[in-house]
Design a protein around this ligand. Structure first.
Ligand code: ATP
Ligand code: MG
Length: 385
C-alpha cells in the first residue's frame, strides 16, 4: 500500500493512554479545576480532589490533562508543580502504592521488608530534595480505600504529618466518601468533588471527531460514520468503548486498503469487540424476524450506517415475493422490528421533525449477515413460527 492511500496515520493517538490536547465536553470541568488549583497552589495551599464517574467518562484523561497543564504552567507562587500518577488497580496496598510514589520522586527502594513509616521517611527526603507542589494522583482507588488505606489520611495532611505540600487527587468509579475516615472526609468537601456524567451521543460524536482528526487522514471519515459509533457506545456513555470501535474500524479499513472509513468497517469492528449476535442467536429467531433482518441487511449492505424504514419495508415486501410468502401488514412489520430491537439486534432511531425512522444493525457486516440469513431462510426449519 502506498503511504498516500493510508488512512490510519497516527494510530497511537487512539490509544487509551494518549492524552489529547483538547477534551471536548470536559472543558468546563478542566478550566474550573485549573482555576482552583492555580488559586490554591499560588497561595501555597494544597487542594485535594475526589473525581468520580462511570467507565469511560474521562476521569483518567481529565486528571492527566490537569496534571500536564499545571506542570506546564511553571511556578505557582514559590514552586512549580510536580505530578505523580499511580494506578492503584493492582496495587491495592499502601506499601505497593508507596513504592510507586517513591519512584515518582526519584527514589527506588527494593520491594522488601520496609515498613510503611520507613517508606514515608524516605519519601519525605525525596520530597525535600525537589521542592514543588506535589500533586499525587491515585487512580482506580476504590480497592485501596475499601481496604482501609492510611495513605489517604497521611497524604491529605501532608503538612501536619511533616510531608510538606501535597495535593491528593483520588479517582474512582464510585463515591469513596463513605469509605473514608472522618478526618480524611473533611478534606473532600463539596468544592473538592467532581462527578462526571456519562457522555451522551452528541458528546461522543464530538469526542470521536476530535480524535479521528488526530489519527486519521483528513477526508477519510464522515460524521455519519462517527455518529454510528456514538450510537453504539451511547447506552453506556463510554468514550473508551467508542474509541476502541473507531480504532478497530480504522484498522479494518486500512487492512483492506480502503481510502474511506465506512459503516461496514464499523459493523465489523463492533462485531469483533462485543458480538451480541452469534449464529446461535439466529437459531432463536422466528421466520418473520429472519425476513425483516434480512431485508434490513440488504438495505444496509455497503451503503450506510442506517436505512430509512420505508426503504427497508419495500425491500422486505420484495423479499417475501421472492420467497413466495404472503405480504406482511405494516403493524406486523413494526411489531417484528420491535422484537428485534428488544433483542438488541436492531436499533430504531426515530428521526427529528417527523422524518421517517432510521433502522440500523451494528452487530455484523451487513453483507455477512445477509449471507447467513439467506442460508438459514433457504434451509427447511424444524421450528415454524
Ligand atoms: N472529553 C474527551 N475528549 C477526548 N477523549 C476523551 C474524552 N473523554 C474520554 N476520552 C478518551 O476516552 C478513553 C476513556 O477515557 P478515560 O480513560 O479517561 O475514562 P475513565 O473515566 O478513566 O474510565 P475507567 O473508569 O474505565 O478508568 C480514553 O482514551 C480517553 O482519552
Ligand atoms: Mg480511568
Amino acid at each position: 500500500m502506498s503511504p498516500a492511500s493510508r488512512l490510519l496515520l497516527r494510530e497511537e493517538t487512539l490509544d487509551p493512554s494518549f492524552v489529547p490536547p483538547k477534551l471536548p465536553h470536559r472543558e468546563t470541568e478542566l478550566s474550573l479545576l485549573l482555576r482552583r488549583y492555580r488559586e490554591a497552589l499560588g497561595k501555597g495551599l494544597p487542594y485535594h480532589l475526589l473525581l468520580t464517574g462511570g467507565v469511560g467518562s474521562g476521569k483518567t484523561v481529565l486528571a492527566r490533562r490537569l496534571a500536564a497543564d499545571l506542570d506546564r504552567a511553571g511556578r505557582l507562587g514559590e514552586y512549580p508543580t510536580h505530578a505523580t500518577y499511580v494506578n492503584c488497580w493492582r496495587r491495592a496496598s499502601d506499601r505497593t502504592v508507596m513504592l510507586d510514589l517513591l519512584r515518582g520522586v526519584g527514589v527506588s527502594l527494593p520491594d522488601r521488608g520496609y515498613s510503611l513509616s520507613e517508606m514515608l521517611d524516605v519519601f519525605e527526603q525525596g520530597l525535600r530534595r525537589s521542592p514543588a507542589h506535589h500533586l499525587i494522583l491515585l487512580d482506580e482507588a476504590s480497592a485501596l480505600v475499601r481496604q482501609g488505606t492510611k495513605l489517604v489520611y497521611l497524604l491529605s495532611r501532608g503538612r501536619e504529618v511533616g510531608l510538606g505540600s501535597i495535593s491528593l487527587v483520588l479517582i474512582a468509579a464510585e463515591d469513596l466518601l463513605p469509605h473514608l475516615d472522618a478526618a480524611s472526609r473533611s478534606s473532600f468537601g463539596v468544592t473538592h468533588r467532581i462527578a462526571l456524567a456519562p457522555y451522551d451521543r452528541e458528546a461522543l460524536v464530538d469526542i470521536l471527531e476530535a480524535r479521528a482528526a488526530l489519527a486519521l487522514r483528513a477526508g477519510s471519515f464522515e460524521r455519519e460514520v462517527l455518529d454510528q459509533i456514538a450510537r453504539i457506545a451511547s447506552s453506556n456513555g463510554d468514550a473508551r468503548f467508542a474509541l476502541e470501535v473507531l480504532a478497530n474500524a480504522a484498522r479494518a479499513a486500512e487492512d483492506e486498503g480502503a481510502g474511506q472509513l465506512t459503516a461496514e468497517h464499523v459493523r465489523r469492528a463492533k462485531g469483533s469487540i462485543l458480538p451480541t449476535m452469534t449464529e446461535s442467536h439466529l437459531e432463536e429467531l422466528s421466520t418473520p424476524e429472519l425476513g425483516v433482518l434480512l431485508a434490513l441487511s440488504r438495505s444496509l449492505k455497503g451503503k450506510g450506517a442506517s436505512a430509512p424504514s420505508q426503504k427497508v419495508r419495500r425491500a422486505h415486501a420484495a423479499l417475501l415475493e421472492e420467497l413466495g410468502g404472503a405480504p406482511m401488514s405494516r403493524t406486523t412489520f413494526w411489531r417484528t422490528l420491535k422484537e428485534l430491537e428488544r433483542d438488541g439486534l436492531v436499533t430504531l432511531d426515530v428521526g427529528a421533525s417527523g422524518e421517517s425512522s432510521q433502522l440500523a444493525m451494528d452487530e455484523l457486516p451487513a453483507s455477512l449477515l445477509a449471507t447467513l440469513l439467506e442460508e438459514r431462510l433457504a434451509r427447511p426449519r424444524g421450528r415454524k413460527a
